[in-house]
Structures are given as structure tokens and as C-alpha cells.
Design a protein around this ligand. Structure first.
Ligand code: IVH
Length: 678
């Protein structure tokens, strides 16, 4: 008897848990329920009641834990025992043939190879770790080596078993790591977006983003309300399945353990069937209830997989053959001009809404005036629009044969549609509003400044930015940091609490890493990557502001256009004034290393460099470490403080992991070192 709970109650709870697991499996994995929803709910309510009145009965793997639990502070990270690799990609039959040839050549055989072919599910890759038959941990793929621990979120997915069914005969395996894809169906994605629209929340761009966003919730009770599903397609460490000699057997083994395997998978087929299957999936994809973006072909025999091995990032025994981008036909209702951050006037086609592969498309970028002319897109035209991955949908082609003469050509306005200032066309065929104080530019700049990768100001949404600019509360993006509670309270739909939250969010954002700061201030051509390079190469903003074009161009990764743009930015008095105003309003540039250094911690630290660095040579890295008072050695020991791991790092990172030495990737290293040179 557990701590005084009477044995009958305990037995009943155990019975309910077992039955609920079983019915859950029948419903969500087999799609073959035995009982009605009402009966299921009644049992669940009974179990929840028992667990609440006898907290000692609560179990982490109880079916009741699927409703989510208390929010986490942050996600922990966890290393995958075997890296989660990505796949080589091809786009056509010929690439399938080449892959098959490569496989035969590497295996040095003329025999026909058997493959298992699967739909490439367009979702989020996860790893589920089961210890003694119970789900003990679940994580995202992350960078392939280390992912984020999202166990409570994964538990909310009904098709994920919380306990492994070993039919009572054999004991469950001591360890089983299962890998698969978390997805959200097209219909559920649409419904979710409809709800978000009615609640004034930003929409998800596609089902994959919706799945990723749902898994990234710190509050698993939110995840529990998102209808996520899983299909599993492989294993990590899985001693229980070592008897298997084919991928097909591994999948069947997983199926036997209660996991959901995609029903469209074709087991152990030859090359001709692979080609057929590709056509079959391609034709079927639009009618499937979830998104797939290609086919994955895997060499079936595990001993062959072993012999073929992997490169640093991809297995040589598998390939993803992607489908062509999706196209649909619709009508151009209007062509309107949008003003961007740099004042560029972009023609945007407003379309009759159309569903392209599960996503409603109602706008498409037409890039610039020349593009509109070249494609001869007119208002009223029937067009094909295309959506490819994450990129903004575009008009691919006009169906000119169905024109009836009522179509109107587009003309680029000579003035900015927002502020009325003159709009001038530059050498790159881009027409720009010449007014640097144009409210549209300012709004776009503030949106950029507040975005996640920049100052990440929570609660500073589009509508609010519109009001702030239109009511002249802010005249430059630096003014954002001077906003007060009293001022914000004057705005429409702004309560005491929201104003307070926003003031706090702004205050919290003011302490910002150098690279984010550089990205945030909106220098043309300076994206996140370039900002990181600059932050790694300059000790301070002053130093960067004084750099000449030539000096900038000499930096690895900075080309002439970018260098010119940076030099131009800092040559303008109004930009320097805006940046100065940011500092006056309390913005502080931070590097993690400068904090370390203030404590005198970096001096005397030992580094080991391994793998190829992308933006600097190892020699440069060594010089920088030494300039900062650190030292570089050749091998990893307990005395090593940091291992800097570039591309294909090799055994030194393994050693570091073993000894618990901190491993930095290149960007972390650069953040460290950029502030370290004092
Ligand atoms: S196998 C080493 N099978 O594709 C094998 N992956 O580009 C790696 N994916 O991160 C994975 N469907 O998210 C595999 N049937 C499938 C898949 C699949 C989708 C995703 C997965 C992975 C990415 C690799």
C-alpha cells in the first residue's frame, strides 16, 4: 500500500491508467477506437479525480499528464547520444538514379539494392527517449548534436506513447531512442489560424511553423491545446532492436512497441518502384491531410548503411527527393505599393485568396517595377502563384490567353504613397521614397528594431507602432527607448497593465549584445550573419563607425557592396545622432565576454580549436585569443576551459563532452572574443 492509499483505490487508478493508454493507442495510433469519446472522457475524469484526491497516486506517465503542466522557466538542452543528421537533397528522377549508382559503387556491388521509401514529412524532427519502457525525455533536433528538452510538450501529443507496450511478456527495453516528425494536419492548421485571426494573434505561415511554434511553448498547457501528431521514422540508440537487419524491421519493431508509423511507407522496393512511388506521392500530396515536401529513400539493409557511413552532417545511405514548388491559379485583384525599411517601394499583388498546398495565399510580392513589366502582370489578370518553402509567395506566370481587355497595367507612382515625397528610381531598378523621415520607413524600422533577432521587445506590435508614429510619439527609432508609462497610457487600447508591461519589456531589452545591436539599427545589407561578423571584428561601435570602406572590405565575409553600405551609414549625421540618442535613452551594448573580463576571468583561460571555422582562419582565432590574454593548446584535457568547434570538429569535441569542457560554436566564440580584447 502506497502511503496509506487503500489498495482498491490504487488498483482502480492502475486499471484506469492502463485502459486509458490502450484506448488512446487504439484511437490515435490505430485509428480504430473500441469505446466512445464519452466513455473515454468519463474514465479520464475518474482518474484525474483519484489523482487529485490522492496525490501519492500521481505518476509522470499517467494519461492525465497529457493536459500539460506548470510552465517551465526555460528549456534545458540535452545532447543526442547519436547525432541527428540531415539528408542530402535531390529534385528529380535523375538524382534518384545517381544516388542508386553512388550506393552501388560505394558498396562495390552490381546487385539491385533494396530501399525503403517514405514520405518526407514537413514538420519538426524530435527524439523521444524511453527508459525501462517509459518516456523519460524528449528533445528537438537542435543543431543535430544538442537539442532542447521539450518533454512536457511532447507528452501532450496523443499519438506519442507514454509507456511502451511490451505485451507483458518480455520486459520493456532498458533504453530506446525513437526519432520522428511532429506535424499538424492542414485542416487543424487552418482552424488554428482562424482562431488566431479572431483573437488578433499573428498567423502561422504554414503547418510546419505552427508545429514548431507549438512545441516551443514553455507552457505545455498551451501545447496541449494544439492538435499535434507524430510519425516516427527511425531510432537513435536502440539496443532492443539490434537483432533487426533492415530498416523495415526497425520500423515494424517500433510499430510493435506502439509507435505510429506512416501508412504510405513502401518497404524493401527496388529502383523502378522508387521512381513510380515518387510520382505516386507527388500526385497524392495535395489530397493528403498533412503536408509532405518530398520522398525519403533509405538503403534498407542496416549492414549496408553501416558500410556506407555518414559524412559529418548526412548519411550516405539516404536521400530526400523534394517535390516541385506548389502552384495554384488565382486572380490579381489589385497591385499596391508597400514602403519598406529602406524606403523601397515594392509592388505587391493582392490576390483572390487561394489555397496553395494547405496555405491560404492572398498576396504575392512582385519585387520591383521591372519584374512587373517583365512578367506583364496586370490588375484583373489570371495568374499562377507559387509557394516554395518559407519564401514569400510569388506570381510565376500570367495566363494571357484568358484576358478580356478589362485588365489594367500597373504604374509605379512618382511619389511615396505614404508621405507624398518624391520617389526616385535607383540603379538597381528600385524606386525609393527620398524622405528619410517617411512614417512608413520609420514604422518598418521600428518593427525591425523590435523583432526577435534584434531588441526582441515583447508587446511592441504593428498596431501600436502605427499609433506611435502617427501620433508623433516617436520621431526616430531611438525614441522607443524613451517611452514612458504615462505617455503610453495616452494611446488607444492601452491599459495600465499593458503600458507597464511594455515599459518593462523595453527596459529589459536595453542591455543588448553588440551583434544584435548592429542588426537592429537597420544598416542596409547587414543581416544577422554580417552583424555577427562585424561584432566579432570590432571592439566598439566607435571603432566600427570609423572604419573605412577598404578596411571593412578586407574582412572575411564582407564584400564591397556591404562595406560601402556600412561606411555610408556611419557617414550620415542623422544616423549617428539616432544611435547617440539610443545610448542617451539607456541602451547598453553588451558582450558576454566583456562581462567575463570584468571579472578578470578570461585572462589565463585555455582554448582548443578544432574543425574549420567559417569566418576566420584558425591562426586568426589563435591571435585573438592570445591578444585577450588566453592561450591555445593542441589537446583537450581537464585544464581546458573552452573547445571552439567549427565545421567537422572530430574527436576533440567528444573528448570535451566526456570531460565536461564547455564547447563553443563559432558564433558563441565570436561573441566571447569580440568583447574580450580590451
Ligand atoms: S530520416 C539520417 N525520414 O527531414 C536520417 N527524415 O533533412 C535523417 N524528415 O530532420 C532523418 N520525413 O525532420 C527521415 N521519413 C523521414 C522524414 C525525415 C521528414 C525530416 C527530418 C529531418 C530532415 C532531414
Amino acid at each position: 500500500m502506497a502511503n496509506g492509499v487503500d489498495p482498491k483505490t490504487e488498483e482502480r487508478a492502475e486499471f484506469l491508467r492502463r485502459e486509458l493508454h490502450r484506448h488512446n493507442y487504439r484511437y490515435f495510433v490505430l485509428d480504430d477506437p473500441e469505446i466512445s469519446d464519452t466513455e473515454y472522457d468519463r474514465m479520464m475524469q475518474e482518474l484525474i479525480g483519484l489523482e487529485q484526491s490522492h496525490p501519492e497516486l500521481a505518476r509522470p506517465d499517467s494519461p492525465s499528464s497529457r493536459v500539460g503542466s506548470e510552465p517551465l522557466e526555460k528549456f534545458d538542452s540535452a545532447a543526442h547520444s547519436i547525432p541527428m543528421l540531415s539528408l542530402d537533397k535531390g529534385f528529380s528522377d535523375s538524382e534518384i538514379l545517381e544516388f542508386d549508382k553512388r550506393v552501388k559503387r560505394s558498396l562495390d556491388t552490381a546487385e539491385d539494392i533494396r530501399y525503403t521509401a517514405e514520405p518526407k514529412l514537413d514538420g519538426v524532427a524530435v527524439e523521444l527517449v524511453y527508459e525501462n519502457g517509459r518516456l523519460s525525455m524528449a528533445s528537438t533536433r537542435g543543431d543535430g548534436e544538442v537539442g532542447e528538452v521539450i518533454t512536457p510538450n511532447i507528452k501532450t501529443i496523443s499519438s506519442v506513447p507514454l509507456v511502451i507496450d511490451s505485451s507483458g511478456e518480455t520486459p520493456p527495453p532498458a533504453l530506446l531512442e525513437v526519432r520522428g516528425e511532429v506535424i499538424i494536419s492542414k485542416a487543424n492548421f487552418e482552424a488554428l489560424n482562424r482562431r488566431r485571426l479572431s483573437e488578433n494573434q499573428p498567423l502561422f505561415a504554414n503547418p510546419r511553423n505552427a508545429a514548431a511554434g507549438s512545441l516551443r511553448q514553455l507552457d505545455s498547457r498551451i501545447t496541449a491545446r494544439r492538435p499535434l501528431e507524430i510519425f516516427v521514422y527511425g531510432v537513435g540508440t536502440a539496443p532492443a532492436l539490434t537483432a533487426a537487419d533492415s530498416h523495415a524491421e526497425v520500423l515494424r519493431g517500433l510499430e510493435g512497441f506502439g509507435f505510429r508509423i506512416n501508412p504510405l511507407i513502401r518497404y524493401q522496393i527496388g529502383l523502378p518502384e522508387i521512381l513510380e512511388y515518387y510520382e505516386y506521392l507527388n500526385a497524392k500530396r495535395l489530397s493528403l491531410s498533412y503536408e509532405i515536401d518530398g520522398m525519403v529513400v533509405k538503403v534498407d539493409r542496416l549492414s549496408y548503411q553501416q558500410r556506407l557511413g555518414t559524412t559529418s552532417k548526412r548519411p550516405r545511405w539516404a536521400i530526400a527527393i523534394k517535390f516541385e514548388a506548389l502552384q495554384e491559379r488565382t486572380r490579381v485583384l489589385d497591385i499596391r505599393v508597400q514602403v519598406g525599411r529602406t524606403g523601397a517601394l515594392t509592388p505587391v499583388a493582392h490576390l483572390e485568396p487561394v489555397n496553395v498546398g494547405g496555405v491560404t495565399v492572398s498576396r504575392a510580392s512582385l519585387h520591383n517595377e521591372d519584374e512587373v513589366k517583365k512578367k506583364d502582370v496586370r490588375i484583373g489578370d489570371q495568374v499562377f502563384v507559387q509557394r516554395a518553402g518559407d519564401v514569400i509567395p510569388e506570381v510565376v506566370k500570367v495566363i494571357k490567353s484568358v484576358r478580356d481587355g478589362s485588365e489594367r497595367p500597373f504604374e509605379m507612382p512618382g511619389a511615396c504613397p505614404v508621405c507624398g515625397a518624391r520617389a526616385v528610381r535607383d540603379e538597381e531598378a528600385i524606386t525609393r521614397c527620398i524622405n528619410v523621415a517617411c512614417p512608413a520607413q520609420l514604422k518598418a524600422n521600428i518593427k525591425h528594431l523590435a523583432s526577435k533577432a534584434a531588441f526582441d521587445i515583447d508587446g511592441l506590435g504593428d498596431k501600436l507602432i502605427d499609433q506611435l508614429v502617427e501620433k508623433n510619439y516617436v520621431r526616430s527609432y531611438a525614441d522607443i527607448f524613451g517611452l514612458s508609462w504615462g505617455g503610453l497610457r495616452q494611446l488607444e487600447r492601452m491599459g495600465d497593465k499593458s503600458a507597464e508591461n511594455l515599459v518593462n519589456a523595453i527596459a529589459a531589452s536595453k542591455d543588448v549584445p553588440f551583434s544584435r545591436f548592429l542588426y537592429a539599427i537597420g544598416i542596409r545589407h547587414v543581416g544577422q550573419h554580417t552583424a555577427a561578423i562585424l561584432a566579432a571584428n570590432y571592439r566598439s561601435l566607435d571603432q566600427l563607425a570609423e572604419a573605412s570602406r577598404e578596411e571593412l572590405e578586407a574582412i572575411d565575409g564582407i564584400g564591397p557592396v556591404v562595406a560601402a553600405s556600412i561606411a555610408e551609414f556611419f557617414s550620415r549625421r542623422e544616423n549617428l545622432a539616432t544611435v547617440q540618442a539610443m545610448f542617451e535613452n539607456g541602451v547598453v551594448i553588451r558582450t558576454s565576454a566583456s562581462e567575463l573580463l570584468q571579472d578578470g576571468e578570461l585572462t589565463g583561460r585555455t582554448f582548443v580549436l578544432t574543425g574549420k571555422l567559417e569566418t576566420m582562419t584558425r591562426e586568426d582565432a589563435r591571435k585573438r585569443i592570445e591578444a585577450a590574454g588566453g592561450k591555445v593548446t593542441g589537446s583537450v584535457s581537464r585544464k581546458t576551459d573552452y573547445v571552439v568547434a567549427g565545421e567537422s570538429p572530430g574527436s576533440k569535441t567528444d573528448k570535451a563532452r566526456e570531460l565536461g569542457v564547455t564547447i563553443l560554436d563559432e558564433s558563441e566564440f565570436k561573441t566571447l572574443i569580440s568583447g574580450a580584447v580590451v
